[in-house]
Structure formats: structure tokens, C-alpha cells
Design a protein around this ligand. Structure first.
Ligand code: TRP
Length: 354
């Protein structure tokens, strides 16, 4: 049997470059190796954990996310793309898992801590939000996923999932659940893409995103107004690479060949950086280079997106078929989980003892 891969995204908006480099690009590569069974989930229920009073937003973004997937190169014939809310096992498993996780453990999760701060929840945070790492462990384990391609902000989630798996298998003396591992992007600059404003994370709520669907003009404008080095005032001033968004993006997206093709005076990115540090290389020139690289990357994605957008029926049909398959696979795991706990009273061998 092939190893299984699972990931997901919350449909709270269309997907941005952070999603693309952090995970989406990896998924397309993995899909095309033919070595894995890949599942990709639109996490509409997780999106409700902090949007319960705005389900319309989630509904509106379901097909947006699907379009981004297809535009980036996911193929429903090769990857099972499904919707979380359509899979009953994902609601039952968290009930069993939540008994294996302590409150203090949940409170220590750095991703959750950070998100709580970001949303200003304090003590008024929804219980569902607090426990979403448990639900996410269910998403992963229901499919017995061994690999989860994510950005590094999701590592605490995987740690939590592994702990649940090992507790479950130990307590119920079984090997039903599989411990998942992260697949991080190869290029380190991609694990967590900074926002266009230099903030540590590209995030919709911070308003510092480049979206996969941004048109040429919007993309250019976002790049031209990127945060650079506030001390680099005149072109001749020495500049800083560290904390400079334009260079963070060049690290993530530009190859040495891109640099020397567009700016032949440099053999590669390192030489360009040296010049910037010495002084004499202007921000505008760097931004223009970045703009060319990004336009090249995003144009084909945007064009495919526009094509797929013409056929809503195909999008819905693919999601519905993917969800049916996901239901089948996860129901099987659910059956094994129930049997391991011993609550499968009316099926299997236990039936004889009642
Ligand atoms: N937490 C992920 C996000 O914020 C979405 C997600 C839900 C997910 N379930 C998952 C990711 C399972 C990986 C595996 O986008």
C-alpha cells in the first residue's frame, strides 16, 4: 500500500503565496510522483471555530479554495479533494481523542497561543477553537496519513497529533493509528513566508498577502510598496538584507539563473546581495526584478484559475466525489478505533459475548 498524505486549508479567503510555497507547491509535486495516496481537505468546520456567526463567508470561499487548488495544479483524478463537513468520522474521532489530551497541554500549543493573541480572544475564546488541534489530529489520523505537507507554523499541531496517536495506541493496546510527520518546504525561506509589510507571517487577517488570484497590476503594486530597509534612504547608502522583505521573497522565489538573466551584472543572488549591502543598489531595481519573477510564476496559475472558474459544475462534482471517497476511507478507520476501545457492541467478535 502507498503511504498516505493529508493536508488541508481553512476556506476563510482565497489562498495566498504563503499557502503556495508553504504547502500547495509541495502537494502538486507529491501528487505527480505517483508514490503516495494524497488527500487534500477544505477545512470548513475548522474555519467555523472562529467564524461561527459568519457561515456565509465560509460558503463563499469553498469554491475559491477549490479554484486555487486546481489553478496551482492539483488534479482531482490524482488527489482526493474533499470537504471536512461531509465526513462524519471527523466529528466522532475528536470525542474519543479529547479524553486523551489535558487542558494544560492545549494551552501550551504555540500556534493556538499565537492565534488567540492575534484574535484578541482572551478568556472569551470559543471552546471549539481551543480544541481545534484535537480535531486536526482527527483529520490526519482518520486517513492514517504518514505525511503532512505544511509550513512550519503547523508543527505544534503535528506534535499534538503524534502525542494523541501514541496515547491512543498505548492505552487501547493497538496499532490502529499512524504517527504523522511534517513535510516542510525544501527552501527554508518558504517554511514561513513573511508578509509584504515585513510581518513575520503572511496572513489574511494582517492584510499583508499576495493572493494567487491577484491580477498583474495588483501584484506589481504590492511588490512596489513592499517593506524594505528603512535605513536605506539613498541608493548609495549601505543596505540590510536581514529583515528586508524584498530579499526574503527573492530568497524564496528567485533562482540565480533568474537573477543573472534579468540583471546580467550579477552571477546570482549572493552577488546582488553583496552590492546591496555595500551600497549603490536601489530598492526600485530589486523590486523590479522581484516583480518579473513573480509575474512569471503567477501568470499561468491565474490563467488556469480563470478557465476553471467557468465550470462550477465540475468543481462541485469533483468535491462531491472526493468527499464520498474520503468518507469511505475514514469510516474504515473509525470502525477500527471503535473496536480498539471496545465499543463496537453490535459488530465483530464482541457480539458473541453480549
Ligand atoms: N490548520 C490548517 C490551516 O490553518 C488547516 C488544517 C485543518 C489542516 N486540518 C488539517 C492542515 C490537517 C493539515 C492537516 O490552514
Amino acid at each position: 500500500m502507498k503511504d498516505i498524505i493529508l493536508t488541508g486549508d481553512r476556506p476563510t479567503g482565497s489562498l495566498h503565496l504563503g499557502h503556495y510555497v508553504g504547502s500547495l507547491k509541495n502537494r502538486v509535486t507529491l501528487q505527480n510522483t505517483d508514490k503516495y495516496d494524497q488527500f487534500v481537505m477544505i477545512a470548513d468546520i475548522q474555519a467555523l471555530t472562529d467564524n461561527a456567526n459568519n457561515p456565509e463567508k465560509i460558503r463563499a470561499n469553498l469554491l475559491e479554495v477549490m479554484l486555487d487548488y486546481l489553478a496551482a495544479g492539483l488534479d482531482p483524478e490524482k488527489t482526493t479533494i474533499f470537504v471536512q463537513s461531509q465526513i462524519p468520522a471527523l466529528f466522532e474521532l475528536p470525542m474519543y481523542y479529547s479524553n486523551l489530551v489535558t487542558m494544560s497541554r492545549l494551552e501550551r500549543n504555540p500556534t493556538v497561543k499565537n492565534e488567540i493573541k492575534l484574535r484578541g480572544f482572551e478568556r472569551n475564546l470559543p471552546v471549539g477553537f481551543m480544541t481545534y488541534p484535537i480535531s486536526q489530529a482527527a483529520d490526519i489520523t482518520a486517513f492514517k496519513a504518514k505525511y503532512v505537507p505544511v509550513g512550519d507554523d503547523q508543527l505544534p499541531m503535528l506534535e499534538q497529533a503524534r502525542e494523541i496517536v501514541s496515547s491512543f495506541n498505548r492505552i487501547y493496546n493497538c496499532e490502529v493509528l499512524v504517527e504523522p510527520e511534517a513535510i516542510l518546504p525544501e527552501n527554508h525561506g518558504c517554511s514561513r513566508l513573511v508578509g509584504t509589510d515585513g510581518n513575520a507571517k503572511m496572513s489574511k487577517s494582517l492584510g499583508n498577502c499576495i493572493y494567487l488570484k491577484d491580477d498583474e497590476k495588483t501584484l506589481k503594486q504590492k511588490i512596489m510598496s513592499m517593506y524594505t530597509d528603512p535605513l536605506h534612504i539613498n541608493v548609495s547608502d549601505p543596505g540590510h538584507i536581514e529583515g528586508n522583505t524584498v530579499f526574503a521573497y527573492l530568497d524564496a522565489f528567485a533562482t540565480d539563473a533568474d537573477v543573472s538573466a534579468l540583471l546580467p551584472e550579477y552571477a546570482g543572488l549572493d552577488e546582488m546581495k553583496e552590492h546591496y549591502k555595500r551600497g549603490g543598489l536601489g530598492d526600485m531595481k530589486c523590486k523590479k526584478l522581484l516583480n518579473s519573477v513573480m509575474q512569471e510564476l503567477l501568470r499561468p496559475i491565474r490563467e488556469r484559475r480563470e478557465e476553471f472558474a467557468k465550470d462550477r459544475g465540475y468543481l462541485l462534482d469533483s468535491l462531491s466525489k472526493g468527499s464520498a471517497k474520503a468518507r469511505e476511507v475514514s469510516d474504515k478507520t473509525l470502525g477500527e478505533v471503535r473496536a480498539a476501545i471496545g465499543i463496537n457492541y453490535f459488530s465483530g467478535s464482541l457480539k458473541l459475548h453480549l
